[in-house]
Design a protein around this ligand. Structure first.
Ligand SMILES: NC(=O)c1ccc[n+]([C@@H]2O[C@H](COP(=O)([O-])OP(=O)(O)OC[C@H]3O[C@@H](n4cnc5c(N)ncnc54)[C@H](OP(=O)(O)O)[C@@H]3O)[C@@H](O)[C@H]2O)c1
Length: 427
């Protein structure tokens, strides 16, 4: 029997998927029973560099999702609309879905999975987080015996590329590296989704939901991008034994915490050595301990590998039990998680302060921190520059609220010029 696939979108990932499906020999045997039946695109006249019968292409995407001959719809157009409506329409027609679209899943996962459960179809999303890294299946299946305590990841390649280059080339600024990343195709013309942490927020929402078993509202995730990280901070972190990475963290720490922010990672931590556009995710669970997965977080081949793995799982499941959904592949969440606000979290912090070169400034700072129980691990006075002294502070694990209260008081000290940087350390 052959299984018919409709692909929405034949861009970077769609082309990668088609290449795999057109060359099944040597891959999983199931792929020999899969046929690309229709392809929906915007422009019918583009050369896509692959040999597919032109008659299967259409710019009428609804015709693909309503085609009675299609078993599985692979959505690879991206964005919110028309992707959301097409996925819902396909589900209503009883089609199984594979998608790489983290943006639509993080916002409309609730609606999509509720519809899929009611209709008894699968919605598979391995490619939506970490490109080719098999993190979704790992959380859903391989680590199912564990109580997950934390998922921590470098899940945005653009920001990791920028921060890695800042680390390797201390004289290059954020703006120079961003411009290069755009020229190399690692960053979008509008880099907001990446550098301001929105992309990582969408992805950690999906991972947190799988790891901790409830749906997540995006607005409850604390998000901070990397625009304010300077090469001075990268250099100071290195002197202290840390590397700065944009981490997405979901952890169960007296309640569920989910956050995305630049983080000082100890140099001997597995995530510290993940450079360039590579992604990596650590999962901590009981009893397994820590598992680290790393690999290509994007790109045609890696992402297509994840999409096709989902397709193989669906075909295998419907071959064996067409009417009885495989629980390991479905979504069983019905409630929203309660996520702790950042104000009630605790962390170690790195602070860079600029002070006028007055006698006793370190003592004044120490008094303010002490008053609000912000215990310090390190306080260093660095170079004098244009009459200002740079002071680097690393706190012990302290309450966010106490730290912010102390900083408000410190900002009013006559000796203080400014506090250019406040960053968290990896717990
Ligand atoms: N690229 C990656 O490395 C990567 C990694 C992980 C996840 N993803 C996700 O994978 C999905 C696809 O990304 P991509 O990089 O392959 O995108 P892409 O290269 O921009 O391709 C998008 C495709 O969708 C078609 N399309 C877009 N809007 C359409 C519309 N309104 N009607 C009809 N066709 C439409 C385009 O048609 P035309 O070709 O005719 O314009 C194109 O073929 C996105 O959700 C993305 O977030 C991508």
């Amino acid at each position: 029997m052959s299984y018919k696939v409709g692909i929405l979108g034949m861009g970077t990932v769609g082309t990668g998927v088609a290449k795999i499906l057109l060359d099944p020999v040597g891959r999983h045997a199931i792929l020999q029973s899969v046929e690309i039946k229709r392809v929906g695109v915007r422009s019918l006249n583009k050369d896509r560099g692959i040999i597919l019968d032109p008659s299967i292409f259409t710019d009428d995407l609804e015709a693909v999702v309503t085609d009675p001959n299609i078993d599985v719809v692979i959505e690879l157009i991206g964005g919110i609309e028309p992707a959301r409506s097409l996925i819902l329409q396909a589900i209503a027609q009883g089609k199984h879905i594979v998608t790489a679209n983290k943006a639509v899943l993080a916002r409309y996962g609730d609606e999509i999975f509720t519809a899929a459960t009611a209709k008894g179809v699968y919605v598979m999303l391995e490619a939506a987080v970490g490109g080719g890294i098999p993190i979704i299946q790992t959380l859903k299946q391989a680590l199912g015996a564990n109580k997950i305590t934390a998922v921590t990841g470098i899940i945005n390649g653009t920001t990791n590329y920028i921060l890695s280059r800042m680390s390797a080339n201390p004289h290059e600024s954020f703006a120079e590296i961003l411009a290069d990343a755009q020229a190399l195709g690692y960053a979008e013309a509008d880099p907001t989704a990446d550098v301001d942490g929105y992309d990582a927020t969408d992805k950690i929402a999906i991972l947190a939901s799988l790891a901790f078993g409830d749906r997540i509202k995006l607005e409850q995730i604390y998000r901070e991008g990397i625009r304010h990280v300077t090469s001075t901070d990268v250099a100071r972190a290195a002197e202290l034994g840390y590397v700065i990475k944009l981490l997405a963290i979901a952890r169960n720490h007296e309640g569920l915490e989910i956050r995305v922010h630049p983080t000082l990672v100890p140099k001997d931590h597995p995530l510290a050595s993940i450079n360039g556009v590579t992604n990596a995710i650590t999962v901590a669970g009981d009893p397994i301990g820590e598992v680290v997965l790393s690999g290509a977080g994007a790109g045609m081949g890696a992402t297509a590998s994840a999409v096709v793995a989902d397709l193989i799982n669906i075909v295998a499941a419907i071959q064996v039990q067409p009417q009885r959904p495989n629980q390991l592949m479905g979504c069983s969440h019905h409630h929203y998680a309660t996520v702790k606000p950042i104000t009630v979290s605790t962390s170690q912090y790195y602070l860079r302060l600029l002070a006028y070169d007055h006698a006793g400034v370190i003592g004044d700072l120490g008094n303010c921190f002490g008053k609000y129980e912000v215990n310090l691990e390190t306080i260093l006075q660095k170079h004098h520059h244009q009459g200002l002294a740079e002071i680097i502070v690393v706190t012990k694990v302290v309450s966010e609220l106490n730290l912010q209260t102390a900083l408000t008081e410190i900002r009013s000290l006559a000796a203080l010029h400014s506090i250019p940087t406040v960053l968290r350390l990896l717990a």
